[in-house]
Write a protein that binds this ligand. Structure first.
Ligand code: CO8
Length: 260
């Protein structure tokens, strides 16, 4: 895969996607967003990837937000379309059929924080700073932040973050509940790969269906969510992986999941 603003490397079944505009602290301009969407569309049908890690290039930033310079002079209609376009790209990341880990190595501001929130698991370095500083620019978070953040941490903490526009440490965000773990900068990628490696050994069809059950079920009434959970559980019994998992347990060996 060849991109101008993204770097992609695959180690076995683990993909590492790096947002690569270090000169602008990896800010999300139209090119990055277009490429992110294209990347998600291409990778979603890959048979040999089981976990994706997303990180930022350089030591300073994961992603310092949408590209502020591109917003100058936008009309209301252009701004709305830009927001929809970015939301579509982030939805595509969120809906990937495998686990996605954000390895947040520095500033995750505005669109950068929202990108992390569209990943399944957020690991952060001690140096990471999160924030939704849109109101400091006379804007509001529009790449999903006003929707995903309160769902993740509740309305009250989300209001504080959105209304204040302040930056928060990784430790604060862990306490808020949307950062899973805080790790030293040196160890961040190793830890992300270790977790990815653990997940990659699990049944890929099961991880995919569990992700669907968690993410979609979260939006539903519990009764509908439970119905969906049972339905997805039933669907797993069409998969070879399910038979392999159970057989491996009974035969006292490690399962050899094929993702089908
Ligand atoms: N957009 C464009 N360029 C950026 C951005 C950005 N978001 N962030 C940093 N840069 C650029 C700087 O302009 C600078 O470039 P140059 O050297 O050419 O001047 C370079 O990156 C390095 O940045 P700094 O010199 O500022 O580095 P510092 O270490 O001094 O500061 C900060 C780091 C604190 C991260 C600072 O750069 C900063 O505050 N950046 C902006 C953060 C921000 O407000 N992000 C939110 C943006 S809004 C958003 O994401 C969602 C809004 C959606 C709007 C959609 C509209 C349709």
């Amino acid at each position: 895969m060849n991109f101008e603003t993204l770097l992609y490397q695959q180690e076995g079944s683990i993909g590492v996607l790096t947002i690569n505009r270090p000169q602008a602290l990896n800010a999300l301009n139209k090119d990055v967003l277009r490429e992110l969407k294209k990347f998600a569309d291409e990778i979603k049908s890959s048979q040999d990837i089981r976990v994706l890690i997303i990180t930022g290039s350089g030591e300073k930033a994961f992603v310092a937000g949408a590209d502020i310079k591109e917003m100058q002079g936008m009309t209301p209609k252009e701004a709305e379309s830009f927001s929809v376009f970015a939301q579509t790209a982030f939805n595509a990341i969120e809906e990937l059929p495998f686990a996605v880990i954000a390895a947040v190595n520095g500033f995750a501001l505005g669109g950068g924080c929202e990108l992390a929130l569209s990943c399944d698991i957020i690991l952060a370095s001690e140096k990471a700073k999160f924030g939704l500083p849109e109101v400091t620019l006379g804007l509001l978070p529009c790449f999903g932040g006003t929707q995903r953040l309160p769902r993740a941490i509740g309305l009250y903490k989300a209001r504080e973050m959105v209304f204040s526009g302040e930056f928060y440490s990784a430790a604060d965000c862990k306490e808020f509940g949307f950062v899973n773990r805080v790790i030293t900068s040196e160890e961040l990628m190793n830890e992300a790969k270790k977790l990815a490696s653990t997940i990659s050994l699990r049944g890929p069809v099961a991880v995919h269906k569990a992700k669907q059950s968690l993410n979609t079920g979260f939006e539903l009434h519990i009764h509908e969510g439970l119905q969906q959970e049972a339905h997805l559980f039933g669907e797993l019994f069409n998969s070879e992986d399910q038979k392999e998992g159970i057989n491996a347990f009974i035969e006292k060996r490690s399962p050899d999941f094929r993702g089908r």
